[in-house]
Design a protein around this ligand. Structure first.
Ligand SMILES: C[S@@+](CC[C@H](N)C(=O)[O-])C[C@H]1O[C@@H](n2cnc3c(N)ncnc32)[C@H](O)[C@@H]1O
Length: 185
């Protein structure tokens, strides 16, 4: 009886090691990394909520959170939101914004405070929830404390709520597109 030759083809120790680098080097096909969502703290005015929903739809925000919103506000019938954004952007009504905050999403208070970061120099987190205050007040101190950062638009007086949401979402979009262009160069 002759000694059996080891079968090198079927011996797992002899198989070539699987090359893993092709898995980690594959280019992402996502058009955007991360997302932005919007939260309104105690909104009072349906005109503003309509502007906010329209902005959320236009700038592709992924969700709008309404915390302690005036019960009279009917998100399905807003004169300033003719596209009825609620059909395309999820709108959540909650008591506490942080109960609706997605996993690993950075809460950013948008408020005109002395120590806030100026929006023009702000680097947006990959996953951000921008929290805005009510028309007749400010983002509550408890919310500001729970936010990782506070950002202001450096104006000499406070702006309209709907306008502020448009500016912040536009800033996110503009910086994203600028970084795409500089990466391509
Ligand atoms: C109309 S403002 C509230 C009114 C304001 N507290 C006042 O001076 O009477 C509503 C919300 O818009 C946002 N906002 C308005 N102007 C802003 C600015 N320049 N920078 C950052 N947030 C601003 C804040 O979230 C604010 O709570």
């Amino acid at each position: 009886m002759t000694e059996q030759e080891p079968n090198s083809v079927d011996d797992p120790r002899q198989r070539p090691r699987r090359r893993l680098d092709r898995f980690v080097n594959r280019r992402s096909t996502l058009t955007e990394r991360g997302y932005g969502c919007v939260a309104l703290d105690r909104p009072k005015d349906s005109v503003n909520v309509g502007h906010v929903l329209r902005a959320a739809l236009g700038f592709e925000a992924r969700m709008v959170i309404l915390a302690e919103a005036d019960p009279e506000i009917d998100v399905q019938k807003l004169k300033t939101d003719p596209g009825r954004a609620y059909r395309h952007v999820p709108v959540l009504r909650v008591d506490d914004i942080f109960d609706a905050l997605p996993e690993d999403c950075t809460p950013v208070a948008i408020e005109l405070t002395d120590d806030a970061i100026d929006l023009p120099t702000f680097v947006h987190p990959e996953r951000a929830c921008y929290i805005f205050g009510p028309e007749n007040g400010s983002v509550s101190p408890e919310i500001i404390q729970r936010c990782q950062m506070t950002v202001k638009i450096p104006t000499v007086m406070s702006l309209n709520l709907g306008m502020t949401v448009n500016i912040v979402l536009y800033d996110r979009l503009a910086k994203r597109d600028r970084s795409r262009v500089s990466q391509a160069e």
